[in-house]
Design a binder for this molecule. Sequence first.
Ligand code: S3P
Length: 184
Amino acid sequence: MLGSDIEQIKLKLSKPIALVGMMGAGKSHIGSALSQSLDLEFFDSDKEIEDKAGQSVADIFENFGETKFRDAEQNTILELLGRKPCVIATGGGAFVNDEIRAALLDKAIVIWLDADIDTLWQRVQKSKVRPLLHTEDPRARLQTLLEQRNPLYGQAHIHIDTSGQTRQPDVIKALYEFLNADNV
Ligand code: S3P
């Protein structure tokens, strides 16, 4: 992408950019790189929740349960959406919540980072930080979540397949095309 294209994105952008998709889709990684390219502030909703709670997501699940985590996730994302344009990486389950999904679709440009099960599994299998995968068969759990969530992620404004490799330039190109189609 040319520097002038990036400048055009910056000029046209009036809302936060939110990244949604499964764990292992690359939301934090791509989100951070995207925010740097666009000179925007970057927020990772899981990190915000962890900072506020003073403990890790896995510990919040263990100490308070998933419902409390989901409440904190909703409060955190709704609060982030009130800010000036920025890049927000959401946790994989956030877009499943009806209220969060409606708010994101209304107040942000939502980018779904999609990937197939093999790619996702390859990226998350060694991670110990994802409580939903603390099961006997984490790959099967990941597959089930993927099948349940894909129709919801499909409501995002922009869809990018990151299977194999995460490609930040593809995200910028898709964003550029979306904004130039006068979608916002
Ligand atoms: C979750 C994904 C995690 C984190 C929590 C729940 C999910 O975030 O929010 O463990 O429901 O898919 P990442 O998608 O950043 O791994």
